[in-house]
Design a protein around this ligand. Structure first.
Ligand code: R2B
Length: 291
């Protein structure tokens, strides 16, 4: 006979627990059709504000780990932090949250920042395949003492639809290509400006050239765990990232901050236009309450 404690599901990093919050969670998240994922809290707020100046009041965050905003009932926005450990934690908790809300027909859309490979800063890349450092669409994960290679698939219709929409935007160039998902910001992204780099600048340049020739358009840190998780739970996912630097030329962004902010804003506005057209326009919006 399970104890009361064993019957509980605790979403430690989101601050929700079941059965205590079940009715509330169901009433608030039941209409979600898209989960918009982004790295930072400020980007989560920018995305929400595209739905109206007061959209940030629909704040369902209960911890300072991740921000959760629900500017309209069909769109949940969540910040995921940096890298595998962080986004994996969020995705597992979100899965419980949405399963409890009996949401079945939804998708994930990550809007991120990245380093471009052979494309000018400001370009938006829609990910064709998320790749590991060996340029394979699978995520190595050490579990119980052995390494598993988890398949990572992004949803073909969703990424094509997103690309077709973003490609028509006039405020930036958009390309579809492969995304190298790196395990760390410095070494795994072939940067030699970290502490005691493991390789020479020439080796780094050769690796980036190899990536470029293989069709990699950008480098970031979350597309692979997202694609892997989405594949595991059978939820469609797509990724669009703005680029701030061309890694064939520089290690860090060199353009003026205002210009980089402009690149980000263009991408945010366009992705939200896509979301409004695809997931909001056809949905009747009622039952939305301030948390
Ligand atoms: C892009 O930018 C972050 C690192 O600065 C990381 O989350 C990523 O994927």
């Amino acid at each position: 006979m399970p104890t009361a404690a064993e019957n509980q599901v605790i979403l430690y990093h989101l601050g929700y627990r079941f059965p205590r919050d079940k009715a509330f969670v169901h009433s608030q998240f039941h209409h979600v059709r898209v989960v918009l994922l982004c790295g930072t809290i400020s980007r989560a707020k920018k995305l929400a504000q595209c739905f109206g100046n007061d959209a940030c009041q629909y704040d369902y965050s209960r911890t300072d780990r991740f921000m959760l905003l629900l500017p309209v009932p069909t769109v949940l926005i969540a910040s995921h932090g940096i890298g595998l450990g962080s986004i994996d934690c969020l995705l597992n908790d979100l899965h419980h949250l949405l399963t409890t809300s009996t949401v079945s027909d939804y998708c994930y859309l990550r809007i991120g920042s990245s380093g471009g490979v052979g494309i000018p800063p400001g370009t938006v890349v829609v990910t064709r395949n998320a790749l590991n450092s060996c340029l394979k669409p699978e995520m190595p994960l050490a579990v119980l003492g052995s390494t598993h290679y988890l398949p990572a698939r992004l949803d073909i219709p969703l990424k094509q639809k997103l690309f077709a929409f973003l490609e028509r935007q006039s405020s930036f160039q958009c390309v579809m290509g492969d995304t190298l998902c790196a395990e760390t910001f410095f070494d795994a992204q072939a940067r030699t400006d970290g502490a005691n780099p493991l390789f020479s600048p020439e080796q780094a340049a050769a690796y980036l050239k190899h990536c470029h020739e293989a069709g990699v358009k950008n480098i970031e840190m979350e597309s692979l765990p997202l694609a892997t998780f989405a594949t595991r739970v059978g939820v469609p996912a797509a990724v669009a990232c703005v680029t701030f630097v061309d890694r064939l030329l520089d290690q860090t962004p060199t353009e003026h901050v205002a210009k980089l902010v402009g690149y980000e804003s263009n991408a945010v506005v366009a992705v939200i236009d896509f979301v409004k057209k695809t997931f909001v326009a056809s949905t009747k919006l009622n039952g939305h309450a301030t948390p």
